[in-house]
Design a protein. Structure first.
Length: 344
């Protein structure tokens, strides 16, 4: 197994890169960087934009001194179909047949256009008729998979592993089965994804098409700012009622309320399905918007659940890490999870 694969997270507004070295169940950070993504990014269908993206990636990799040509990448959650299924306990052979029926019920596009993969999250050892196995099913549009592979090839890289963002996030945050029952909320630039983790296993995941860019637009509109100025205001003043007379808080409230509504729905789903189990203990925020001052307090006060900010650097052995990298910890959760992939 190649232990020199690095993690590459291609976001809507930035590209994150992480290279780790595994040392006795902990890791040493060998390289990390955040680079602005090209304006049109991966959303464009233009070959010229694909070439520009490949050039930016190749330069970013070279600039931080990574010599490895093998990369692990994540597909954006809002462009794939991800579902945790409760199924009767089946053998691998039986599951391989049954999963296509499940895919037809859950994926609203023809399966001939989908690359389908699945993984057994939990298969009961002591099997009874009431027992269920939990299976993660992911359907990715084949054109999307091909696009990512093509751009990596243009950047001079080989794809070692490809998965969805939420799997990378959980790998970097949920380190064992003793992790508290949690709701993970990843607020990206253009979408937000949710995952509930119980006994170290994901039991629910969902994505909505709203994210940090909507917050920036709201601030820019209310204050007459450019998008860049809105981003700076957001990072400096946060959403506290005291900041600029509470104006930023009022501007961002509709977007945050939309995310909060989905958080409450996720909690209600868990409470109904696992009513005899321990409740969700914490909400963990990740993604660039998680650095918004006051955001964890907002969700804690409005959900009644302790809320914290993800720190994927907990996996590191004792070493000096630049402050800029530490301060941007929530940005790196996907790239760290991808860099950890080969050490599973």
């Amino acid at each position: 197994m190649n232990k020199e694969s690095f993690g590459l997270d291609i976001g809507a507004t930035s590209i994150k890169i992480v290279l780790l070295d595994g040392k006795d169940k902990s890791f040493v950070l060998k390289a990390a960087s955040i680079t602005p993504a090209p304006l049109k990014g991966m959303m464009s269908s233009s070959p010229l934009d694909d070439e520009q993206m490949a050039q930016v990636i190749a330069k970013a990799v070279k600039d931080i001194g990574i010599n490895s040509k093998t990369v692990n990448i994540a597909l954006p959650e809002n462009q794939v179909y991800t579902k945790v299924l409760d199924m009767p306990v089946l053998s691998d052979r039986e599951l391989a047949s049954a999963i296509y029926w499940e895919a037809e019920q859950n994926i609203p596009v023809p399966l001939q256009n989908i690359t389908l993969v699945w993984n057994v999250l939990k298969r009961p050892v002591q099997q009874t008729s009431a027992d269920k196995m939990q299976v993660l099913m992911v359907g990715a549009p084949t054109v999307l998979v091909n696009k990512y592979q093509k751009i990596m090839q243009m950047a001079g890289l080989t794809v070692g592993g490809m998965e969805t963002e939420i799997l990378s996030i959980l790998r970097s945050i949920v380190l064992d089965e003793n992790y508290p029952t949690s709701l993970i909320v990843n607020i990206g630039a253009i979408s937000t994804s949710f995952a509930i983790v119980r006994n170290g296993i994901m039991i629910f995941t969902y994505s909505m098409s709203i994210g940090g860019a909507a917050i920036n637009r709201a601030i820019a509109t209310d204050f007459g700012l450019t998008p860049q100025q809105a981003e700076e205001y957001k990072r400096v003043y946060g959403i506290s009622g005291k900041s600029l007379g509470g104006k930023i808080g009022r501007a961002t409230e509709p977007i945050l309320n939309s995310i909060l509504a989905e958080i409450k729905k996720s909690i209600a789903f868990y409470s109904q399905k696992y009513k005899n189990d321990a409740p969700i203990r914490q909400i963990i925020l990740c993604g660039g918007t998680a650095k918004l001052p006051g955001i964890e307090l907002y969700f804690a006060n409005n959900s009644g659940i302790e809320t914290g900010i993800a720190n994927p650097w907990r996996i590191l052995a004792s070493q000096q890490v630049p402050k800029e990298i530490l301060d941007n910890a929530p940005d790196y959760v996907i790239a760290v999870g991808l860099a950890m992939r080969d050490y599973e």
